[in-house]
Design a binder for this molecule. Structure first.
Ligand code: F0G
Length: 458
C-alpha cells in the first residue's frame, strides 16, 4: 500500500480555539451587522477568512525575530531580505513596504495617472481600488474559462491574448502604463498563470513597448502548478521556475503575508532604476525609510527566511495537497465547488449552492453567514458585495461568479479541522431548499465596501 503523504513539519506550539454554540453565534453575527469582518476572532472556531498573514512561522523564522536588526537605515535584516528577493527574482532594485496594498500605493503613485488603462488578469480588489482611486481603469482580460466553475482548465489565471491585444489596439500607447499578471490569480479562485502565457504576454508587451508587472502574492504556489501541469517544467526546481517567471517581468509587488509566510510585510522589486527612484520618494512619504518601509528589522529577517521556505517543493506539495483535500471532500459530499481547485483556497459556488436566494440579496454572503452560524467557520464572500458598485453608475456590479472562499492559512490547521469544514458545508447543503431570503444593505463605504458593510436580514 502506498504510504500517505505527511506534512514536512511537526507542531511546537499550540493556540487554543474557543468553542461556542449556534445560539451564541446567531447573536454575535447579528451584533456584527452580518459582516464577518466585524467578528472578534475569539468568536470564530475555524478562521478561513484569509490566508493572508495568518500562517504559522517556522522555528527558523522565529529565530530571525531574535536576530532582527532594528537600525533605522541599512539594517542587516534589510540586506538579508533584499539579498533573498534578488536571489529568487533577479530583480535588482528592492523596496520594502508594510504590506501588498502599500506597495501598490507606492508603485502606482509613480506609474498610474488619471485616464490610464491597466489591463491584467482579474485584478485583486485593492489593486483595482488603487487604480480606480487614481481615476484610471483596470481592464480584465482573463480567459473566459475562468468564469465557468465547471470547466477544468489547468491555468485559469491566464490572460486571453486576443482580449489584451484589443485593449492595446484601441487605446493610445501612452494610456497604458503597464500590463499586469496576478500570480496566482486570487479573484478567479487562486488560479495559476502558465509560463507559456507569461511568455506570450511578455512578447506582446515587448512588441508594443509596454512594461509587464506581476502581483506576486502567491508566486510560489503559481510555480508549483507550473511544475505539476506544464510538461516542460516537470524536472525543474521551484526556484528555477520562479527565476524564469520573473525573467519576463519589469517589476513586481508582493503582499508577503501569503507566500512570504509572515504575518505582515510586502515589497516592490524592479528592473528599472528610474521607477525605483520614483518609488523611493513615495515610500519615504507613506511607508518609512527605503530600508524598512513600514517593517521592523525582525519582520524583514523572518520574511527572508519565509520566502526561502515557501519555495521548497515539500512545503508547497503539502500546502496545495491540504487545500485540494478540502476540495475533493466537498466534491465527494456533493457540494458545488469551483474547478480546478486553486492554490490557497477552495471556492464554493453559491449560485449553484443557494439558487433560491435572489442575487440582489447577496447569496454568497448568505452562505458565508450560515456557515458561521452552523459551525463557527469564518469564510469570505467573493461576490456582489466585494465586486462593489460601478464607479460611474453607482449600480451594483454583479460578478460572473458568486463565490464563498475558504482560504486555508499556511501550516495552521490539521486535516481533522479541514474535515470539520467539509462536513459543515455538506450539512448546510442538505437543507439549502429552506433558504429563500438573503440580506439588504444598511450602510456601505463608497469604495471597498465589503470590509465595513452593515447588512440586515430580509
Ligand atoms: N494582491 C493580491 C493578489 C492579494 O490577494 C492581496 C491580498 C493583495 C494584493 C493586497 O495585499 O493584503 O498585503 O495589502 N489579499 C488578501 C486576501 C487580503 O485575503 O486574499 P495586502
Amino acid at each position: 500500500m502506498k504510504l500517505p503523504y505527511i506534512e514536512p513539519y511537526k507542531i511546537k506550539m499550540v493556540e487554543s480555539i474557543q468553542r461556542s454554540t449556534i445560539e451564541h453565534r446567531k447573536q454575535w453575527i447579528k451584533e456584527a451587522d452580518y459582516n464577518l469582518f466585524n467578528l472578534s476572532s475569539d468568536k470564530v472556531m475555524i478562521d478561513l477568512l484569509t490566508d493572508s498573514g495568518t500562517g504559522a512561522m517556522s522555528d527558523h523564522q522565529w529565530s530571525e525575530i531574535m536576530l532582527g536588526d532594528e537600525s533605522y537605515a541599512g539594517s542587516k535584516s534589510f540586506l538579508k531580505l533584499k539579498e533573498m528577493v534578488v536571489k529568487l527574482t533577479d530583480l535588482p532594485f528592492f523596496i520594502p513596504t508594510h504590506q501588498g496594498r502599500a506597495a501598490e500605493n507606492v508603485l502606482f503613485s509613480v506609474l498610474v495617472k488619471e485616464g490610464d488603462i491597466v489591463p491584467g488578469n482579474a485584478h485583486f480588489d485593492t489593486t483595482k481600488g488603487h487604480i480606480e482611486f487614481r481615476h484610471a481603469t483596470a481592464v480584465d482580460c482573463t480567459i473566459d474559462e475562468a468564469y465557468d466553475s465547471s470547466v477544468n482548465h489547468p491555468f485559469k489565471g491566464n490572460i486571453d491574448t486576443s482580449k489584451l491585444l484589443k485593449v492595446i489596439e484601441s487605446n493610445p500607447r501612452d494610456k497604458i502604463p503597464f500590463i499586469m499578471l496576478t500570480i496566482t490569480c486570487n479573484s478567479v479562485g487562486g488560479q495559476p498563470v502558465s509560463l507559456k502565457n507569461i511568455r506570450e504576454v511578455s512578447e506582446i508587451c515587448n512588441r508594443h513597448g509596454i512594461p509587464l508587472y506581476f502581483d506576486s502574492a502567491r508566486f510560489a504556489e503559481n510555480a508549483f502548478f507550473i511544475k505539476e501541469r506544464e510538461d516542460e517544467f516537470k524536472d525543474k526546481t521551484i526556484r528555477e521556475i520562479v527565476l524564469e517567471m520573473f525573467s519576463y517581468a519589469d517589476g513586481t509587488w508582493m503582499s508577503a503575508k501569503k507566500d512570504g509566510i509572515v504575518n505582515m510585510g510586502g515589497f516592490i522589486a524592479l528592473r528599472d532604476e528610474d521607477v525605483f527612484k520614483g518609488c523611493t520618494t513615495y515610500n519615504i512619504m507613506y511607508e518609512g525609510f527605503i530600508t524598512y518601509g513600514g517593517m521592523s528589522g525582525r519582520d524583514m529577517g523572518a520574511l527572508a527566511r519565509g520566502l526561502w521556505e515557501a519555495t521548497e517543493y515539500d512545503y508547497l506539495e503539502s500546502r496545495v495537497r491540504q487545500v485540494h483535500y478540502l476540495g475533493r471532500r466537498l466534491e465527494e459530499l456533493g457540494v458545488p465547488v469551483q474547478h480546478p481547485f486553486g492554490g490557497h483556497a477552495i471556492y464554493v459556488d453559491a449560485d449553484k449552492y443557494l439558487p433560491n436566494i435572489p442575487k440582489e440579496e447577496f447569496r454568497a454572503q448568505a452562505l458565508a453567514i450560515e456557515l458561521y452560524i452552523v459551525a463557527g467557520i469564518r469564510a469570505v464572500e467573493i461576490g456582489t458585495i466585494q465586486a462593489d458598485r460601478d464607479p460611474e453608475t453607482r449600480e451594483n456590479r454583479y460578478p460572473k461568479l458568486e463565490l464563498v472562499r475558504l482560504a486555508i492559512p499556511r501550516r495552521t490547521y490539521s486535516l481533522s479541522q479541514i474535515e470539520y469544514v467539509a462536513v459543515a458545508l455538506k450539512n448546510i447543503y442538505d437543507t439549502r431548499h429552506k433558504a429563500k431570503k438573503g440580506y439588504r444593505i444598511k450602510w456601505e463605504a463608497p469604495i471597498m465596501r465589503h470590509f465595513t458593510i452593515k447588512l440586515e436580514k430580509i
